[in-house]
Design a protein around this ligand. Sequence first.
Ligand code: GAF
Length: 381
Amino acid sequence: MTESEERSGARRVWSAPGRVNLIGEHTDYNDGFVLPIAIPLAVTCRGVRHADELVRVRSRQRPGEPVRLPAADLAAERDRVPGWARYPLGVLTEFGRRGHRIEGLDLEFDGDVPAGAGLSSSAALCCAAAVALRDLCAPATGDRELIDIARAAENDYVGAPTGILDHAASILCTAGHALFLDVRAFQSAETGGFEQLPFDLAATGLRLLVIDTGQTHEHAGGEYAARRAECAEAAAALGVGSLRDIGGVDQLTGLDDPVLYRRAHHVVSENERVRRVAELLREGADPRAIGPLLSEGHTSLRDDFAVSTEVLDTAVDTAQEAGAHGSRMVGGGFGGSIIALVDTADAERVGSAVRQRLAEMGYDRSRTFEAVAGPGAGPVV
Ligand code: GAF
């Protein structure tokens, strides 16, 4: 922004999308593989710098909860700011901690990624703030650092112990592609570690439906952290740094604890599924071939990782019975959304069969939309 724009108060707008993960759940914090696409739901940030030292953040979804405080007090005031504002303020704090001068900012957020739906609304909020802050205050910040800033904001300021899947998806995804991310390779080098794989379902008469069940979840809750701890315990029992180091489920035989065995079995088999789906997309196979792998992923999340719910299981079973090629819960679990890979001709029927079944279970506010792989975060031109 030029000095005259700053004086005239011209605002600019940035946008960061939510995501669905085609496959690869609970693998990111185990140094493994994930395969998300950006969805057409996003958080926008309208921002401008000011000459004073106050930070102001507002959300159109929380009109009664604006925050206004001196930039120097961001860390100290953390417990007094409303929950939603901790995401952008965490990003500001993290930029400041890394030596950037953060002061005199006015940021207004808006968005349509439903909260608690497993579609990464919190990472979209962090990433919208992160790309705005980069352009307003720290233009040399690269994508890798932006992802790390957004993750650190969520882990340290908000207190949700997530991995990097959601932030990486929001920053790195590109339209028409699925993002194949090797988390270990990405985090241990300055370049590489990811690949954009063509993902154009319409061309083959397919659609990816997202059905938000209306059963909401929270990651700051204890179950997500408990699964992380169990994975770390399983890796330690196997004598490896992380479950990524286990090449196949046949190498789990030394793991005697039945719960740790199941957790590790999910992660190791899920990494294998991600690689197989990536390979199918890379070689241009008919995307119907990925359907059974998606459904296997759900069974593994339900039986081995124990993060599904009766509502999610019923939605997935109903989609499969109604003719989906594959279906699974997405995100961390304990509620949220499912995806279903369907022939275009079956989309309406599958969507309404699931919605009707959910309504019978008392979830009458479910919603369905089509996920077309969209662009990642950046300025809105
Ligand atoms: C949540 C987390 F934020 C991600 O880091 C990831 O672990 C996901 O759950 C499960 O794959 O979205």
